[in-house]
Design a protein around this ligand. Structure first.
Ligand code: ZN
Ligand code: ZN
Length: 159
């Protein structure tokens, strides 16, 4: 986990930029482990299995901030950091993206690698931000995605 900006030594915590295919769904909170308001509906981000690909890693927020303009330029983003919601403007062309359907998204995750008791490494996210959501014309998911092939996580962690 070498920093892409400063080349600094690997650290257990840092920021990871990933590209993935995802869609949102609305599920009853009772279907989510650890959720305290069972009668509520929760917006979930679903990631198409094996679609997440790390394209950048940074040791710190200053290193990410230094690299950020280059990514925004490279990805052609005119509206980075879309608002929350099920329909948001494409971060490149402004067309409304229906997030209930599979689309390409770029996410920035502030995370730490933690060693488990069995010696394996797992990732613990501290914070997550959506850098870009793209419409299918700007960046096609490429494949007809089987929606059964999925992993889900709540959009907002239980308080
Ligand atoms: Zn760095
Ligand atoms: Zn677009």
């Amino acid at each position: 986990m070498i920093c892409d900006h400063c080349g600094g030594p690997s650290t257990p915590c840092g920021l990871s930029l990933t590209r993935s295919l995802q869609w949102m769904s609305i599920v009853p909170a009772k279907d989510l482990p650890g959720y305290n308001w069972p009668s509520e509906l929760v917006e979930c981000v679903n990631i198409v299995r094996d679609s997440a690909e790390e394209i950048g890693r940074y040791c710190s927020h200053p290193c990410w901030s230094a690299a950020e303009p280059d990514w925004i330029a490279a990805l052609g983003l005119t509206r980075p950091y879309p608002p929350a919601g099920l329909a948001v403007p494409c971060s490149r062309c402004g067309t409304l993206v229906d997030r209930l359907r599979v689309h390409v998204a770029y996410n920035l995750s502030d995370e730490c690698y933690v060693e488990e008791s069995d010696g394996s490494l797992s990732v613990k996210p501290n914070d997550e931000d959506t850098l870009a959501v793209l419409c299918n014309r700007c960046e096609s998911p490429g494949v007809e995605v089987e929606t059964q092939e999925q992993t889900s996580r709540p959009e907002t962690a239980p308080a």
